[in-house]
Design a protein around this ligand. Structure first.
Ligand code: HEM
Length: 393
């Protein structure tokens, strides 16, 4: 059995390989979930119409049967399926354009470089802590939230990130008060944008229309909170995973430093070998025959993207970290952002933020790890990442 949210970095990959050597899936003894490990099965199940998200199952199991947290969670794209999901997704996609993402490259670069300047001035420090708000700065700029409020948005998003898994009583209390405060802040901001439009996503969301349909004011406010919470810990954790991976491989970091054309491919490769999100939960809604087993309706499924991203035979030398791997077109698909109807809506924003952060780190050849990376502690909130990333500079 493999703990898919194992907080230990290298151990997760070792255990997944042991499981994959034994067969295409394993059944978790505690939850009964069937975890699929192969690239073809994960890709097929992510696109299969007989497979749905987990909706409100975790909330039911935690006993959160009513209240503001459940109300907000039940309106997310992640928890909705079919026409209700597609409607929200279509409307938000109109406003959240590739152009709006590219316009934020400077914000990401500036923030990452400012934080790294601080670390350098101090002769070293913890990169996890230093870079913790880079992604939130970018998302706040996207939404038109002033930079002095980035810290409080980071705190709300930190409190809300555990809603995607099982929470204890104190996490439920913290998330409940955070959603109240976040929604009321966004409510005020959205009201201002309605009368005083600006060049930001909230204004664009108001204008977004699909065949005469628009988001209601309430839906818009909840959507903004959806994007913030969906994008904060996932990207921040991936920054930790990606930077750690490059710092562990100084020869590969040198290649990126010397050839900026490798940047995109290098970031994809860090997301492949060390993903912040290693698996995606699903439920079968009909009988499905796959990989030599039959899933009954109602079965819980885990799509283990971390294993699929390293499957031997699919990937050439799957355990080798090679920053030019993704310069060759036509290779297998990277599955860390999911696939199918729920494919990550923020993938372009996350990639851009990661590229600028990695570019900023790679540019400084004096930064190196201050501790043995194999023994660093890991943490899991929504994404997994090294709990600290001590460097000398
Ligand atoms: C490296 C960073 C990120 C990773 C690894 C990641 C991963 C994922 C994955 C695996 C899914 C699919 C979930 C499923 O199939 O059930 C997903 C969905 C989603 N992501 Fe991300 N994500 C990242 C960054 C972001 C960002 C920056 C945003 C927002 C600005 C965002 C917003 C969303 C939303 C709204 C969905 C739900 C889409 C839907 O249900 O249609 N993500 N993400």
């Amino acid at each position: 059995m493999v703990d898919l949210i194992s907080p230990n970095g290298d151990e997760l990959h070792r255990l997944l390989r042991v499981a994959a050597d034994m067969g295409p899936f394993f059944v978790d003894g505690m939850t009964g979930a069937t975890s699929f490990l192969r690239h073809a099965d994960v890709s097929a199940l992510a696109r299969d119409e007989r497979v749905m998200g987990v909706g409100l199952t975790f909330f039911d199991l935690m006993g959160i049967l009513e209240g503001p947290l459940r109300e907000w969670y039940s309106g997310l794209m992640f928890t909705n399926e079919g026409p209700a999901h597609d409607r929200l997704r279509k409307l938000v996609s109109r406003a959240f354009s590739p152009r709006s993402v590219e316009a934020l490259r400077g914000v990401a670069a500036q923030n990452a470089n400012d934080r790294l300047d601080d670390v350098e001035a101090a002769g070293g420090g913890d990169l996890s802590e230093a870079l913790a708000l880079v992604a939130m700065h970018v998302m706040c700029a996207l939404l038109g939230v002033p930079s002095e409020d980035v810290k409080i948005f980071g705190a709300w998003a930190d409190a809300l990130s555990p809603t995607f898994g099982f929470m204890d009583e104190s996490q439920i209390a913290a998330a409940t008060s955070a959603i109240g405060e976040l929604l009321s802040y966004v409510e005020d901001l959205a009201e201002r944008r309605r009368t005083d439009p600006a060049n930001d996503l909230i204004t664009a969301l108001y204008a977004a229309e699909d065949e005469g349909d628009r988001l209601s004011h309430r839906e818009l406010v909840e959507m903004v909170a959806n994007l913030l919470v969906g994008g904060h810990d996932t990207t921040t954790s991936q920054i930790g995973c990606s930077v750690l991976t490059l710092l562990r491989h100084p020869d590969q970091m040198k290649r990126v430093r010397e050839d900026p054309d490798l940047l995109q491919s290098a970031v994809e490769e860090t997301i492949r070998v060390e993903p912040s999100i290693p698996a995606v939960p699903r439920t079968a809604i009909a009988e499905i025959d796959i990989a030599g087993t039959t899933l009954a309706p109602g079965s819980m499924i885990m799509l283990c993207t971390a294993a699929a991203n390293r499957e031997p035979g699919v990937w050439d030398e799957p355990d080798t970290f090679n920053v030019s791997r993704f310069t060759v077109k036509g290779g297998p698909a990277l599955l860390t952002f999911g696939a199918g109807a729920h494919f990550c809506l923020g993938a372009a924003l996350a990639r851009m933020t990661l590229q600028e952060t990695v570019r900023a780190v790679a540019a400084r050849d004096n930064i190196s790890l201050a501790e043995d990376p194999a023994t660093l502690p890991w943490r899991v909130v929504l994404g997994r990442s090294p709990a600290r990333l001590p460097v000398t500079a």
